[in-house]
Design a binder for this molecule. Structure first.
Ligand code: NAP
Ligand code: F7E
Length: 393
């Protein structure tokens, strides 16, 4: 059993505190208890703060955990059980952690399981909770709408309700999304732009967004929404389009893959660098009053532009042939077709064009993105070439 498993299993003793949690429930349900009202952020809080991250094994969770550890936080993470070990993005954080003085602890739990949330919150007593866990794939949400609603939507209720039940004065961050804007009614989108979600994922995030605001207004909780536009990195999940492109190009160069199959190349997104976005999440929880913020770069590009930037970065000379579903990209040096369209990846309803206006975050948080799109593509392409063990063409 390794250190990670040890930490998880050592928490079995939690059974002992269940009766105490139950009595807390009886005491606090339906009361507007002042202890839960948010407290001003002070220096002394910074020095001993504890954070709980749901979704710590994901792209953003892993960067946020690194960031908070460097700030001196004790970081707790909720991880769910899977048949394969799902901690590749955070394994490196364990190397200096001792069981006797852990500043980084993982707890088994699930956003589908309220009891696990109450148990973990009671152990961790976090000053800040970052709710990053979700079924986060828009395309998959059309295949699993009920599950997506349960985890991405109701999961937020379970977590907020667990916090309310326990009565900790915890600050709460909800990972809201530019998918709320969907078929956007105005461009660029900011905190005042109306929502028009276009997928079960977008609808679930809209529910979670409003619930977070509702808990802020109803119970005085410091609960905020970060409305984040797409942000990518070498740790991006392999079935999101940017990572799919850079990883496939690397695998094609390594001779492990023949062709990259993509859906709609005309969709436009505002793509930033995930590492920079997690700092913005933290900044939102350090404000004197809770408020919602958009984080975005303010520039948009099509999937096609991302693809061509990646091919160029990998030094693959290419030509386009065909149109629509017959479109293809050919490597002019080898003559092989390396990119094709597969309508399987089209979505029942598409989000055509999103671009964010993060001026509120810039003026109130002092947050701004630094990495350009070509730089982001270069970072991701280089990482995937290294992973595949190949050089540029
Ligand atoms: P991600 O890489 O897909 O990570 C999702 C995380 O949620 C993983 O740690 C996953 O665990 C966990 N999770 C899924 N279902 C769970 C459940 N039932 N119980 C507990 N944990 C569960 O997502 P991300 O890109 O880091 O995004 C983080 C959050 O921001 C998500 O809520 C996403 O919807 C939102 N968001 C992302 C973007 C973006 O561009 N990346 C933009 C706006 C909003 P496993 O590792 O076990 O799968
Ligand atoms: O798709 C098109 C696809 O899956 C981007 C999540 O983090 O950001 C992400 O959602 C675009 C879409 O991201 C393929 O149709 C073409 O128009 O990379 P994606 P997303 O849907 O924008 C938001 C902000 C979130 O909140 C989400 O959690 O690319 N596209 N061909 C493709 N997309 C995929 N996945 N695969 C393709 O082959």
């Amino acid at each position: 059993m390794n250190a990670v498993e040890n930490l998880g299993y050592s928490l079995r003793s939690i059974g002992k505190i269940r009766p105490w949690i139950a009595s807390l429930k009886t005491l606090f349900i339906h009361t507007d208890f002042p202890s839960q009202r948010f407290q001003p952020c002070t220096m002394s809080m910074t020095m001993s703060r504890r954070a709980l991250i749901t979704g710590i094994t994901g792209q953003d969770g892993s960067y946020l955990a690194e960031f908070l550890l460097t700030k001196g936080y004790a970081v707790h993470g909720l991880v769910r059980r899977a048949s394969t070990f799902n901690r590749g993005r955070i394994e490196h954080l364990f190397k200096d952690v001792s069981r006797d003085a852990p500043n980084f602890q993982l707890h088994y739990g699930d956003l589908a399981d309220s009891n696990s949330l109450i148990r973990i919150l009671t152990i961790a007593k976090p000053d800040e909770v970052y709710n990053l866990a979700a079924q986060s794939h828009v395309g998959v949400s059309f295949d699993t709408p009920e599950y997506t609603g349960d985890i991405t939507g109701i999961g937020t209720t379970r977590l907020l309700e667990a916090l309310r039940t326990i009565g900790l004065p915890t600050r709460f961050y909800q990972a809201s999304s530019s998918e709320l804007y969907g078929k956007a009614l105005t461009t660029p989108q900011n905190e005042d732009t109306p929502f028009y979600p276009r997928s079960p994922y977008g609808c679930a995030k809209a529910y979670a967004y409003y619930l977070t605001r509702n808990y802020r207004e109803s119970y005085g909780m410091f609960a905020v929404n970060g409305i984040l536009f797409n942000h990518e990195s070498p740790r991006r999940g392999e079935n999101f389009v940017t990572r799919k492109i850079t990883l496939s190009i690397a695998n094609i160069l390594a001779g492990r893959q023949e062709c990259l199959y993509l859906g709609n190349l005309e969709a436009k997104r505002d793509w930033g660098y995930a590492k920079e976005f997690v700092e913005g999440m933290w900044m939102m929880l350090q404000q004197p009053v809770p408020d919602d913020f958009v984080l975005a770069t303010g520039r948009a590009a099509t999937v096609r532009e991302f693809l061509e930037l990646a091919l160029t970065e990998a030094r693959i000379p290419f030509e386009r042939t065909g149109i629509g579903k017959e479109e293809a990209y050919r490597d002019t040096r080898t003559g092989k077709v390396i990119v094709k369209i597969d309508p399987h990846y089209y979505r029942p309803a598409e989000v055509d064009f999103l671009v964010g206006d993060a001026s509120k975050a810039r003026s109130k948080l002092g947050w701004q993105p630094k990495t350009s799109l070509p730089e982001l593509v270069a970072i991701m392409m280089e990482a995937d070439l290294k992973l595949a063990g190949v050089q540029k063409a």
